[in-house]
Design a protein around this ligand. Structure first.
Ligand code: ATP
Length: 307
């Protein structure tokens, strides 16, 4: 049954990490084929929908447009088209951004996936899972993973998913920047530089399945990392800093610039974050997450705040 006008429903839109990102090649349409081990983390935007006529998006916590150029808006419009005949109501979509924008954490994709699942329910569209996944693919390569959540091996342009057992609770520290990097620009420079592909997914898959965090730390890898280090040289020092502070491994996620490290205990991660927070613009402690976990320990510090 369609929810009543004025009803508010909220969902956490969880970010992702690429524990490994291998670039397999460039397709004739310009997209890149990848092989990636992706995992949801506890860092999330809050997305809520208020049922009312018309369609609008309001963002707080980041300077993002509310209209057509917001991926959440496009998700709602695509769903409304797919549900035509079932006369969907409108919605005001409110997004409280916590995921750094253009950070390689799929924040926009996470919001879009949350809107698809929230409005499919609130508008009583009743689209089955596979149809929602098709809409997600049309919105962007990372949206299907965000809809699925947990852990998965992603191939194709990142939209073909093999779900894996997630490993919630592994402590993670992120170093992020207020200014992101454009994914298109990172891939453009990647094509120019054409660095050799060194990232391999298999060792990380084995480490994740075995729960061997030391091996997982050693297996973190990203073929875009050398390019991100050209465009944002301080990411190299940030990665080294995470390792000095006790990370089992550290890498760039997605097209950067966010750098992450995994830790053997929450206490070690917390101590590292305290040391790092004086030196880097944004330091966030979080953890690998299964889909939809309610309460996760996630803290953000701007430069200079101690935890
Ligand atoms: P991707 O790798 O998918 O490009 P990302 O994690 O690097 O993702 P996002 O935070 O998803 O980056 O933002 C990418 C771009 O999308 C930004 O330049 C931003 O202006 C635009 N965008 C549109 N809607 C949103 C949204 N709801 N949240 C964040 N960014 C959005």
């Amino acid at each position: 049954m369609m929810a009543r006008r004025g009803t508010v429903i909220t969902q956490r839109a969880l970010a992702k990490l690429n524990l490994v990102l291998r670039i397999r090649g460039r397709r004739s349409d310009g997209y890149h084929e990848i092989d990636s081990l992706m995992h949801t983390i506890g860092l999330a935007d809050d997305v809520s929908v208020v049922l009312r006529p018309g369609l609008a998006v309001q963002c707080t916590g980041a300077d993002l447009p509310g209209g057509e150029s917001n991926l959440a808006y496009r998700a709602a419009r695509l769903l409304a088209e797919a549900c035509r005949g079932r006369r969907p109501a409108g919605a005001l979509i409110r997004i409280r951004k916590r995921i750094p924008v253009a950070g390689g954490l799929a924040g926009g994709s996470a919001d879009a996936a949350a809107v698809l699942s929230l409005l499919n329910e609130a508008w009583a569209c009743g689209l089955p899972w596979d149809e929602l996944l098709l809409l997600a693919r049309r919105l962007g390569a990372d949206v299907p993973f965000c809809l699925l959540g947990g852990a998965a091996r992603a191939t194709g342009i990142g939209d073909r998913l093999q779900p894996l057992e997630p490993r919630p609770g592994v402590p993670v520290v992120l170093i992020a920047w207020p200014e992101g990097l454009s994914t298109a620009e990172v891939y453009r420079v990647y094509d120019q530089l054409n660095p050799p592909s060194t990232a391999r997914v298999e060792p990380a898959l084995e480490a994740l399945a075995a729960g061997d965090w030391r091996a997982l730390g050693a297996a973190l890898a990203n073929d875009l990392q050398p390019v991100v280090e050209v465009l944002r040289p301080e990411t190299r020092a940030a990665r080294a800093d995470l390792l000095t502070c006790g990370a089992l491994g550290a890498a760039v996620t997605g097209s950067g610039p966010t750098v992450f490290g995994i830790f053997s205990s929450a206490e070690r991660a917390r101590r590292a974050a305290r040391d790092l927070s004086g030196r880097w613009p944004i330091v966030i402690t979080t953890e690998l997450a299964a889909r939809g976990l309610g309460s996760m320990r996630t803290n953000t510090w701007a430069r200079g705040d101690g935890p």
